[in-house]
Design a protein around this ligand. Structure first.
Ligand code: NAD
Length: 359
């Protein structure tokens, strides 16, 4: 067995980000001990916490530490103060957007896989859901989010330009095709090529790439059709690749396939340090109450080991531990239902302890 030495930066951020990354880190420590790896850790500030301490949502020190680490385990950013004040000039999410830009994190991966024990937790019928296993690739650094934006006509007209360059589509397309080759060899490329020029370029680039991957079956869908099919028949999807805005919306929709926001992990990757984080936010409503589900952070740690370090067995050990935990009947409040006995509903730390035992 190969022993690896890696440096991991923990960036908890705001709200429940603090609580869940603490558990994610413990899981990484346990894996290192079990498999004989040497992981070193550091911590850094981002978001509201960083604004309070330095005035900057992404301090230079944090960015330097990110660039110097082998991977980042990230929590969440956000604070009610800013949610209720859209005019605030300095905002926690600026830290997140700048981090993605600075680290060149152009691909956001979201595996959507429902643990059998949670079939009942989704609002979709179990027979439609069972067996669904989708890997989303959302483009992260282009599109309407980063194009020119402004106002005209004395502020009465506003615009946001959706822009893509060939190389931006090609690099994420390639990652999606590569992933499809290791799975069921089926790729759905989502766009709106019937009306958007940026989508027509998107489709053209994917069609060209497809020639290099003759084994992969490619399906081209309009985003409105995908939104419908995800709920109607989630099992028809394997790998999905799409632009920033469509991906933002579709992946939140797809999160309901997995039952709860508290269960879903994501990876943001590019050509440098990868960042691994739950898809949920800072959840002010439950912050500090020990109610946060840490499984998304734990599963983010599993993704980190797999994607950034190539440690497949270690990653699977974590996923199997989560599966075993759910089979034993343990739940956090967000994934419990009327049939869950009160003594099986655990808080953030207690669920973490059970996972450590199962690893
Ligand atoms: P949210 O994901 O924080 O919470 C939505 C709902 O899901 C809440 O009721 C919350 O209690 C619940 N929830 C979320 N994660 C959970 C977990 N691990 N365990 C149990 N329940 C969980 O989204 P929101 O309420 O729309 O946003 C709150 C703040 O988070 C805002 O400031 C927003 O800007 C920020 N946000 C940050 C990120 C990020 O950092 N990537 C993502 C989304 C939202």
């Amino acid at each position: 067995m190969k022993m690896v030495k890696k440096h991991i930066l923990i960036v908890p951020g705001d709200g429940i980000g603090q609580e869940v990354t603490a558990v994610g880190k413990k899981v990484l420590e346990k894996i290192a001990a079990k498999f004989g790896h040497e992981f070193t850790y550091d911590e850094a500030l981002i978001g509201h916490e960083a604004i309070e301490a330095t005035g900057d949502p992404l301090p230079a020190e944090t960015l330097a530490k990110m660039k110097a680490s082998d991977a980042v385990l990230f929590g969440a950013v956000g604070h009610p103060k800013y949610d209720n004040d859209p005019s605030a000039k300095v905002r926690p999410e600026q830290g997140l957007l700048r981090m993605r830009k600075e680290l060149g994190l152009y691909a956001n991966l979201r595996p959507i896989k429902l643990f059998d024990e949670l079939l009942g937790a989704s609002s979709i019928k179990p027979e439609i859901l069972k067996g669904a296993d989708i890997l989303f690739f959302r483009e992260l650094t282009g599109d309407i989010y980063f194009g020119e934006k402004g106002r005209k006509n004395n502020g009465d007209t506003a615009y946001d330009v959706a822009e893509y360059s060939r190389y931006e589509v090609e690099r994420i397309g390639r990652k999606a095709f590569d992933a499809a080759m290791t799975r069921k060899k089926h790729l759905v490329s989502v766009d709106k090529a019937n009306v958007l020029e940026s989508s027509r370029l998107w489709r053209e680039v994917i069609q060209k790439l497809a020639l290099e991957y003759p084994e992969v079956t490619v399906e081209y869908q309009f985003v409105d059709a995908t939104a419908m099919l995800l709920i109607k028949d989630p099992k028809r999807f394997d790998v999905v690749v799409t632009a920033n805005l469509f991906g933002d919306i579709l992946t939140d929709e797809a999160s309901q396939i997995a039952g709860s926001m508290g269960m879903l992990a994501s990876a943001s990757i590019g050509d440098g340090t990868g960042v691994y984080e739950p898809i949920h936010g800072s959840a002010h409503d439950i912050t500090g109450k020990g109610l946060a589900n840490p499984l998304a952070s734990i599963l983010s740690a599993a993704l980190l080991l797999d994607i950034s370090f190539g440690l497949k067995k270690e990653s699977e050990t974590i996923i199997n531990a989560v599966d075993a935990l759910l089979k034993k009947g343990f739940r956090t409040r967000d994934i419990a239902d009327a049939s869950t006995p009160a003594n099986m509903i655990l808080g953030t730390e207690a669920i973490g302890e059970e996972i450590l035992k199962l690893i």
